[in-house]
Design a protein around this ligand. Structure first.
Ligand code: DQA
Length: 147
């Protein structure tokens, strides 16, 4: 099993960015946490981050090509990117949408996700634990689809 962890714009600033909303952990902390979780389960985890929409599109396409599942925190592109949505539906990649914060408890513009309808599921509001929950959901779903 292979999983890509893809973090989008401004998530490179975790730790210093609005810590009351996003927590005190850096992206490196979260990646290390998930890497340990993956290694213990024999899963190959590839961690990437970009502030550029096209990078996210290309990486989702790549995941579809190699048959990897995707944990995707698309940041603000969640709410705006038709290109990212088309990459998910067009590549066939199985994607779990993740947000650190509970986007439904925040501004109205965060209540709309362009990508949720083409994702396997959505996890939000549980901080860094959401990455673990998303990983477990993705690997459990992968197992279920094989039966
Ligand atoms: C976020 C929520 C988005 O609305 C926001 O634009 C982000 C982070 C989250 O993890 O809570 O950049 O995806």
């Amino acid at each position: 099993t292979a999983i890509f962890l893809i973090n989008g714009p401004n998530l490179n600033l975790l730790g210093q960015r609005e810590p009351q909303i996003y927590g005190a952990d850096t992206l490196a902390d979260i990646e290390a946490m998930l890497q340990a979780h993956a290694t213990a389960r024999g899963v190959t985890l590839t961690c990437r981050q970009s502030n550029h929409e096209g990078d996210l599109v290309s990486w989702v396409q790549e995941a579809g090509l190699v048959g990897a599942g995707v944990l995707l925190n698309a940041g603000a592109y969640t709410h705006s990117s038709i290109a990212l949505r088309d990459a998910i539906s067009g590549s066939g990649a199985k994607v779990v949408e993740i947000h650190l914060s509970n986007v439904y408890a925040r501004e109205a513009f965060r209540h709309k996700s362009m990508i949720a309808p083409v994702c396997a599921g959505v996890i939000c509001g549980f901080g860094k634990t959401g990455y673990i929950l998303g990983f477990d959901a993705l690997t459990a779903a992968a197992g279920a689809s094989q039966t």
